[in-house]
Design a protein around this ligand. Sequence first.
Ligand SMILES: Cc1cc2nc3c(=O)[nH]c(=O)nc-3n(C[C@H](O)[C@H](O)[C@H](O)COP(=O)(O)OP(=O)(O)OC[C@H]3O[C@@H](n4cnc5c(N)ncnc54)[C@H](O)[C@@H]3O)c2cc1C
Length: 392
Amino acid sequence: MGCSVSIVGGNHSGYGLLGDLVMEMEHHFHGVEADHASGCIRVEAGVKLQALAAKAAEAGLIVPLGTAPSVGIGLILQGGVGHLTRRLGLALDAVQSIQLVLAAGDVVTVDRESSDESKKDLFWALCGCGPNFGVVTSLELKAAQLQSFRATRHIFRLPTSTAEATTLLRDYMLRARSLTRDCCSDCCLYMADDLTEQDGMLMGIYDFNLGCDVPPMKTSAQLVLNRVDEGLDTVQLMAQEPYLCEQPAGVVQRGFLCSRFFACDAEISEAVVESLKEAPSRHCYFHFQHMGGAVADGSSAFLARDAEWSLVISAAWAEDEGDCSHWVKSVMEVLLPVALGCYATDLGPDDVDLARQTFGTHTSRLLRLKQKWDPGNMFRHGFPLSQLGQAP
Ligand SMILES: Cc1cc2nc3c(=O)[nH]c(=O)nc-3n(C[C@H](O)[C@H](O)[C@H](O)COP(=O)(O)OP(=O)(O)OC[C@H]3O[C@@H](n4cnc5c(N)ncnc54)[C@H](O)[C@@H]3O)c2cc1C
């Protein structure tokens, strides 16, 4: 096999560091220009989400991104689920054009509306499986007018009985599904900070909305925190990252592994509650990132357009605990059979089985395009596309 190239954006996956040639985008590609009149943002590939959101806000614009400020462009090329997703779609749905260097060395710009079918096809593949096709140097994004948000955080003590806890989680899921596109409701399940049998598990419900009325969560569960922040802009919204707000202060985490997949129904509630009860460290947790809404309107290589949630299963552990990453894998085994599939962002060269559950019916088209644009598999250190079969 020939020389491989890998790219480091925000470096949240670690796969960008595995190539024979490693290209770090941050040092050379850090420009962002936002134009209020056209609603267009041009961003270079080394920029992190916080800087992008801040520049957009300065110009009175918002663009759908993820929720963590330090994440980079790898998120936009593979999906991008955040608090604006239900209203504006995934981050990749905002992309209008992409400039990249192909494996053959050509610099090309491909865009959504291109009349050249071959470039349109490449654009389709880049929006979902981008890291497999070249070195992206810049993107143009379509933005919306800036609005301010209300963030409401309700934290409930989860009933100790599995049946009651499951009902509470199911109620959250049913309520979330009924909300309008102007509201996104995330949920985290995690262990209480000062863990005793009585404290048990907590459920944090995080509503982010554009000023619409949101029905409160109806439950008899004990409310331990009720906080409302008004008038937030998109940069401040990132500081409201669910769960991390509640992390016990000063915890030294020795390791971290997370995995994401897409869910559309309520049948996973009991399995989620039981899995958390069996977690090997109290730092393990679940985060339901709310999708739905505008996600269904988009069209690209990204497959899970019917997903109502991206469920993030995270194992973290303290210095005096053993590696708990096996917990994430065992939870995935239980939940994946009833899921819509996996999220490409977390998958690397060794995750072929999970990769098979990512692009579904889009896989053969992606394989054909991979064969056309990167026949030597130069870009092979992220999502293992070429290991999923032969090009048709
Ligand atoms: C703390 C944390 C919070 C997260 N929050 C969210 C969230 O809210 N929503 C969400 O959808 N996802 C989220 N993710 C997942 C995130 O989308 C992925 O980890 C994503 O791959 C990170 O992109 P990156 O640029 O930061 O990382 P990198 O590791 O630099 O890049 C990821 C992949 O993209 C490739 N890549 C990066 N830049 C380029 C480029 N210019 N051209 C071609 N390929 C490139 C890399 O080679 C690598 O394969 C989160 C992850 C973490 C660790």
